[in-house]
Each structure stands twice: as C-alpha cells, then as structure tokens.
Design a protein around this ligand. Sequence first.
Ligand SMILES: [Zn+2]
Length: 138
Amino acid sequence: MNDSPTVTPAMEDYLKGIYELGGALGTVSTQQVAGRLSVSCPSATNMIKKLAALELLMHTPYRGVELTAQGTLIARRVLRHHELLELFLWRTLAIPPDQGHREADARPTRAPRLTAAAGPVDRRRPALSSWAESADAH
Ligand SMILES: [Zn+2]
C-alpha cells in the first residue's frame, strides 16, 4: 500500500460505493453517491472534494465524479479484502455469508467488528491477517 496516499476507512467506503455505481467506467452523480452511502449531498460533496484533492477521482461540478486509475485500484482492493474476509469467516468460523457480509462491510479493510456471538474470532485476528496476506498473494 506504499503507493497509495493516506486513505481513511471512510474514504475507502466512498471509493467502493462509487466503483459499485460504475464510477470506474463513467460519471456518477453526487446524488447517487450520497444515496449509496446514506449521507446528505453536502457531506458527499465534502468527501468528494477530499478524494479529488488526492487525485483518487475527478470531480466535475454539477455533473458528478469518475474514479481515476488510482481510485479504481483502491476500490478494487477494498472489494477484494471484503470478499476475503467473508471467505475467511465462512471457511474457518462457519459464520454464514449474510452475516459475514455485514461484518466485512462494517470495517472494509480491518478485522471484522465482533458481535458477542462471535467472541472467539478475537483471538484469531493474527491468523486472519496472515491468512488474508497469503490469499492475496495468489
Ligand atoms: Zn459481501
């Protein structure tokens, strides 16, 4: 990740959301982004300006946003990490995919947020990191 600017989890959520709306292929409106992220348009615009300053997307006022190559790369990475987390939760802890999806979405690039029922996951966090790294290498 040394090639990336400092990207917060909130920024990653935006990049992932914009990517899922088709922002790697064309322009997505600010309203669409706000709807996707369940935030107000001013909040979305505020974050979009930050992402544009980092050159992770191009912002055309009154038209919308489009991801840059770098923004697309990060969005794909976030999505891949999400899928790896789901797979890990399912294969090693038998957490069903629908629940795993919510856990993975809660913290896109970090260890899943734990519910009381999933207590044992906590002790396995180091295993998750190395598992995800080795899986990423393939
Ligand atoms: Zn999912």
